[in-house]
Ligand binder design. Structure first.
Ligand SMILES: [Zn+2]
Length: 347
């Protein structure tokens, strides 16, 4: 090589301080005014790295899939115009994500009250989430923090002691007289409504529905109250279980331009799981904080994790969040999710 060749350390290429033109020029190694697949691969090596500057491996098929999303005219190159879209909608978000924490149902009844998850098969202790969540909101500068409340009226459909208030459908596997707590019944609705029966819990304005006293609640947080309709249960922070009413969470997050959601709380395999599914469907880059979640059933928790990984979400420990929120730890799974979302929105 000639001595005049400028050495550029691509892995340490600084996306936060350079502008689009500098970025394009740096990775257009052959200076032909467009990025081929190899040049784009080098860009991705620099983009997807951890806080120590180590590159995450991106599988070839994933890399090609992302490349094809940005090579809109499918000519085998990302030209200048295509790169403008890629820079504004993809790279910028990966480098400077806008992150929200969703702190789900850290309420007395789930920790030491009537639906104490210690009594559930996984034998988890809900109180274990409090310290890592407090630490998280103290250390990490989220754009917004959301606290949710399971918030039921006294005649709520999910309570075992209310089962006789409503007619069961003929397809229900269990009759009213024979129901036990945690059974699943089918209520006579159009369409018939499947419902798991829980102990009475989180009744509005009672001790059981309060957030645990040791949970730190940050100023200006968003509060979401769910399960307020007596006839419908609501696990997700986005929608009730029948998708009849949305909680406005999505529009509140969109107003703040939130791109990334960090989920934690109880119960891992119920309300955290449902919220995670809706978060992914709604297009968010979704991260589960494993050490900040406790659940009901170990097998169901494993199913949640599998679903998240298959949906291009990630599962991390809470001490990894700060670097991710600050854009210093950039995960390829979340980059792929965003690229797929951009493709979906273009169609
Ligand atoms: Zn509930």
């Amino acid at each position: 090589m000639s001595g005049s060749t400028e050495f550029i350390d691509f892995v340490n290429f600084n996306f936060t301080t350079c502008n689009m033109d500098a970025c394009f020029a740096a990775f257009d190694k052959d200076c032909d005014g467009k990025l081929n697949l190899e040049e784009f691969r080098t860009l991705c090596c620099a983009l997807f790295r951890n806080n120590k500057g180590e590159t995450y491996k991106v599988e070839s098929d994933v890399l090609l899939s992302i490349f094809e999303i940005f090579d809109q005219n499918s000519d085998g190159n990302i030209d200048r115009e295509e790169f403008v879209f890629c820079w504004n909608n993809w790279i910028k978000t990966i480098v400077r994500p806008v992150s929200a924490a969703l702190i789900i149902d850290v309420q007395n009844d789930f920790i030491s009250g009537t639906l104490n998850i210690t009594n559930c098969p996984a034998k988890h202790n809900g109180a274990d989430v409090i310290q890592p969540i407090n630490n998280l909101v103290e250390v990490v500068d989220f754009e917004t923090v959301v606290y949710s409340y399971d918030w039921h009226p006294s005649d709520h459909v999910s309570f075992i002691d209310n089962v006789s208030l409503r007619k069961l459908h003929e397809s229900s596997p269990i009759t009213t007289e024979n129901t036990k707590v945690y059974d699943t019944v089918v209520f006579d609705r159009d369409p018939p409504m499947v419902q798991k029966l829980w102990p009475r819990h989180c009744v509005q304005n009672t001790w059981g529905s309060e957030l645990h006293k040791d949970l730190k609640v940050v100023e200006n947080a968003i509060k979401i109250y769910k399960g307020t309709n007596p006839d419908v249960d609501s696990y997700s922070l986005f929608w009730d279980n029948q998708k009849l009413t949305d909680t406005k969470l999505n529009s509140l997050l969109k107003q703040k331009n939130v791109t990334d959601l960090y989920l934690c709380g109880v119960a891992y395999d119920v309300c955290v799981a449902s919220t995670a599914k809706d978060a992914i469907t709604s297009g968010y880059r979704t991260v589960l904080l494993d050490d900040c979640c406790r659940g009901v059933d170990l097998l169901d928790i494993e199913k949640v994790k599998t679903f998240i990984r298959e949906s291009h979400g990630v599962i991390v420990e809470s001490d990894q969040v700060k670097d991710m929120v600050e854009g210093n730890d950039r995960r390829p799974e979340l980059g792929y999710k965003l690229a797929l979302e951009l493709k979906h929105n273009r169609q």
